[in-house]
Design a protein around this ligand. Sequence first.
Ligand code: 1GP
Length: 235
Amino acid sequence: MRQLIQPWRHVFKLDPDRELGDGELDEICRSGTDAILVGGSSGITYDNTTKLLSRLRRYELPCALEVSELEAAVPGFDLYMIPMVLNTPHTDWILGHHRKAIERFGSLIPWELLLTEGYIVLNENSSVARLTGADTGLSRRAAAAYAEIADKLMHLPVVYLEYSGMFGSMEVVREVRESVEHSQLFYGGGITGEAEAEQAAALCDTVVVGNIIYRDVQQALLTVQAVKKTQKTYI
Ligand code: 1GP
């Protein structure tokens, strides 16, 4: 599965709990993005996730489900991304929900399709920060240290810098970038146009664009080429 995500530079994140017309979904899926990640922090159900997956299956794009709600672990995705929130004092978001899922679904889990994401949640006003009680007031060095735990101690395939809803500090992103050697570095949060997309793409392996899809799909589409044309300045 690591090989599947390795070439991903640009990813659109779609929320099953939000409305998107067929025309807009078509533009998103034909935009040249590398993959669709399905996920959200609230209102995710088996039904709305199944509906979105069946609409996405008309296209050839890889589709991954970011599993945040046990009830909505729908079969049929190419890949399942499993978040572990590193900067929370609440172990449920690191291990607890995971343990319950394994107890409940054990033998049904398609382990070969799972990839773990070491999440570092940095926008205190985001739903994910409120939900997980994440300690968002991290210094640059502390954020980078969490990234090193994911990369060098836990050997996680993905480190995900999550600023959901706000454009993050590129100084923090740079320090994290310099600390991560093996994990694929994902950035998500507040990308609303080309300039932000380029800045994140210069420092990160994979740029995730979410909210703007639902506010201004044309702006969202511009982020694809902006990311694709940007060379990483740190390899
Ligand atoms: C959210 O990281 C993604 O989980 C993308 O963030 O919605 O702010 O683009 P935005």
